[in-house]
Design a protein around this ligand. Structure first.
Ligand code: ZN
Length: 375
């Protein structure tokens, strides 16, 4: 049979009867996929005169970029920080279960742990692509141990660390062993020696987040000038907003952030960790749209629904908080977190109440709600 394509022999899938999230709004358009990437249909029609090999009727569903969770401590009986012997299996189990919640990639997150746990666990949690086996792993998020004892939350105090003065690189390597599989480090910027550590982490391509901290606003701004770009679970485990020193929370409206720098903030929108009024304050104070939802131990799709309900934001904003913003934060929005042409075809089909109907990774259906589950 003659091929219908001039550029690639790979099959073309067309998703139709859907509203796709593109350019910050839902649009009645079809989504075209080939070789795991999103295709520009105009090029396909005019340059290749090609047509779809397979059509998927979405039944009117919303199609959004797959959710990206940058802070997930475990779930389904697995705690990544505890499972030092079997952490690889634990990550795989969680990765598989995440598919039904629309999560297509994530950062397994470790709380403050003894050095030997980092040395044992980190080499086991490799960056890897998602698929039918589960959501992709983008790298580990290390919360601690360079955090404040005053805001340690559930982190074990005995394993907290300060920077020694012997050089940030040496401290980081001494504690973590290596940073190859690390995507994000949360630290307290008021710790002495934290600035060279921020520099060093940025130099190695690691996203630096501020959290579990009693930093004042100028310390937080200084960390941002050094390259920190995220606030871990805003409002939780930091100084409460005070009008004379608004602390890390003040970054939301700071005018001391260098041009071109964006500070994202994580919200655990599970209805428990953060009061809905606080969600609304953050959402309304920061019109740049940099909120980033995290599951923590709740499910991401539930957080998206709760965030929309609590803030009254649009469907588009709620979905972007779980896809575009985390991708921008991690510096991967060229390939993930959007449905732009050329992006990875990781996406989720949702009904109007934002319940997940199906999840796709690299253009392949990896999970679909069965009739039984719908009842
Ligand atoms: Zn935390």
């Amino acid at each position: 049979m003659p091929s219908n394509k001039s550029v690639s022999e790979a099959p073309i899938t067309q998703l139709l009867n859907c509203r796709i999230l593109r350019d910050h709004r839902l649009q009645r358009e079809d989504l075209w996929v080939r070789e795991g990437k999103i295709l520009d249909p105009e090029k396909l029609f005019f340059d290749e005169q090609a047509y779809a090999d397979e059509r998927v009727d979405c039944g009117g569903a919303i199609v959004a970029p797959g959710f990206i969770d940058v802070q997930l401590n475990g779930g389904y009986g697995v705690d990544f920080s505890q499972a030092s012997d079997h952490v690889g299996a634990g990550v795989s189990l969680v990765a598989r279960k995440l598919l039904e919640h629309g999560v297509t990639s994530f950062c397994p997150t470790l709380v403050t742990s003894p050095t030997h746990v980092y040395h044992k666990v980190l080499p086991q949690v490799k960056v890897q692509d998602g698929g039918r086996h589960g959501a992709g792993v983008l790298g580990v998020h290390l919360e601690g141990p360079f955090i404040s004892a005053k805001k340690k939350g559930a982190h074990p105090e005995g394993f907290l660390r300060t920077f020694s003065g012997g050089g940030a690189a040496a401290d980081l390597i001494d504690v973590y062993g290596g940073l190859d599989n690390v995507a994000v480090v949360t630290l307290a910027p008021e710790l002495e020696g934290s600035q060279p550590a921020v520099d060093e982490l940025r130099r190695r391509g690691v996203t630096v987040s501020l959290g579990h901290s009693v930093a004042n606003l100028s310390q937080a701004e200084d960390a941002v000038r050094h390259g920190a770009s995220f606030i871990t679970h805003l409002f939780n485990a930091m100084l409460p907003f005070h009008h004379r020193d608004p602390g890390i929370v003040g970054l939301l409206t700071s005018d001391q952030i260098p041009p071109g720098r964006v500070v994202f903030y994580g919200m655990i929108a599970d209805g428990i960790h953060t009061n809905p009024a606080a969600l609304r304050i953050a959402h309304r104070a920061h019109p740049a749209g940099t909120q980033t939802l995290s599951g923590s131990i709740a499910t991401m799709d539930a957080c998206v629904r709760h965030f929309k309900r609590a803030t009254g934001c649009s469907v588009e904003e709620a979905l972007e908080a779980a896809s575009l913003h985390p991708a921008q934060l991690l510096g991967i929005s060229e390939r993930k977190g959007t449905l732009d042409f050329g992006s990875h075809a990781d996406f989720v089909l949702l009904d109007d109440e934002l319940n997940v109907e199906a999840t796709f990774i690299s253009g392949q259906e990896v999970w679909r709600k069965t009739t039984q589950e719908q009842q």
